[in-house]
Design a protein around this ligand. Structure first.
Ligand code: PHE
Length: 342
């Protein structure tokens, strides 16, 4: 079933590269979601990713209590493509033009493969862009806000598992040490947790040494014997084949679209593994951006808004346990209710 309001696929005017903007829903307000620039086997895979990621943004924004719908931009690059600085700049201008054509129905921000500086370039073409650096009038990188939200989600999860939100004395496996994963790992180490970490880039091992964490391969990290598995890289890691191998008690992380298919939520539930819906745990970045840039809230109020991710998750865990369903099912019901009420 086609559930999106609008999907645009354009050849960039300057680069000829395909630019996909999926507007899933504007029921609650302007659709928001970041701009992903990534390599895909085929540009059509990028369209599919944009479809999935934009509908997840509708759920993310609805459950974060934002008056925003969901959208996403994906620029699918052919395998192996590395952009030189000039082409990259032209591509970001192309993205800005496509966003601007949507007349404010969609606003963009950073995502995998883009950062705050890139938003300045997009912002030369359209005002509908978030997370420019502070010097350029924005709220900066979304990564620290995302990491704060993940920490709130982890405290809520540990409280659900063991009755108290203290992170010390608990163990975590962080898979992916990009800007968010590294930040989460640092904060967990500072809180006195035991850490297992991994990344596909060998150079990330230095962070493991710095944090006194066990450095393992991503495959080993996924099946590590820890309290909580923290997926912080690309999506699709939770597959039907992996679920029987898991040795964690819960899975909570910032990666978008962690399930290879929706039924994996039920497989996790049947194994007694608590799964925090990714679109709840990863909302801190967009909450920080919207509260700072649209609502103009001061930093302490923004921080409290991000912290509310913990309360949302506790409520989902409670209602799921009461109904003996997965938190994913509770979350879907809540999204439907918010959209119906919006
Ligand atoms: N890309 C991030 C997310 O998936 C954060 C973000 C998107 C921030 C759009 C601002 C605007 O939530």
């Amino acid at each position: 079933m086609f559930t999106h309001e609008e999907v645009r696929v354009r050849a960039g005017r300057r680069t000829g590269l395909p630019i996909v903007v999926a507007v899933h829903s504007t029921v609650l307000g302007q659709a928001l979601g970041g701009c992903r620039i990534w390599n895909y086997p085929d540009w059509r895979d990028g369209v599919e990713d944009a479809l999935r990621l934009s509908s997840a943004m509708t759920a993310k924004n609805a459950l974060a209590g934002l008056a925003n719908g969901g959208g996403k931009t994906v620029v699918p690059l052919p395998p192996g493509t590395v952009l030189d600085a000039g082409t990259r700049h032209a591509l970001l201008s192309d993205v800005g033009d496509v966003v601007e054509e949507l007349d404010g129905r969609y606003g963009t921000g950073p995502d995998v493969g883009t950062d705050a500086e890139d938003m300045v370039v997009i912002g030369e073409r359209t005002p509908h862009v978030f997370c420019r650096p502070a010097a350029a009038g924005g709220s900066g990188s979304s990564s620290p806000g995302t990491a704060s939200g993940v920490l709130a989600a982890l405290r809520a999860t540990v409280a659900q598992l063991d009755g108290s939100p203290g992170l010390d004395g608990h163990s975590f496996a962080v898979v992916g040490l990009g800007s968010v994963g590294a930040d989460v790992a640092r904060r967990l180490a500072a809180a006195g947790s035991r850490l297992v970490v991994s990344d596909v880039r060998p150079e990330a091992e230095s962070l493991a040494r710095e944090l006194d964490a066990d450095w393992v391969t991503p495959e080993q990290a996924l099946t590590a014997d820890v309290d909580v598995l923290v997926p912080a890289a690309l999506g699709g890691v939770l597959t039907p084949g992996l679920v029987p191998e898991l040795r964690c008690r819960a899975v909570v992380g910032p990666a978008n679209n962690q399930l290879s298919s929706p039924d994996v939520a039920t497989l996790l539930h049947d194994r007694g593994i608590l799964w925090a819906p990714d679109y709840v745990a990863s909302a801190g970045g967009i909450v920080h951006a919207v509260a700072s840039e649209l609502y103009r809230e001061p930093p302490d109020v923004v921080e409290r808004r991000v912290e509310r991710i913990g309360a949302t998750l506790r409520e989902l865990y409670r209602s799921a346990a009461a109904a003996d369903t997965s938190p994913a099912t509770s979350a879907e019901d809540l999204v439907a209710a918010r959209l119906a009420g919006g």
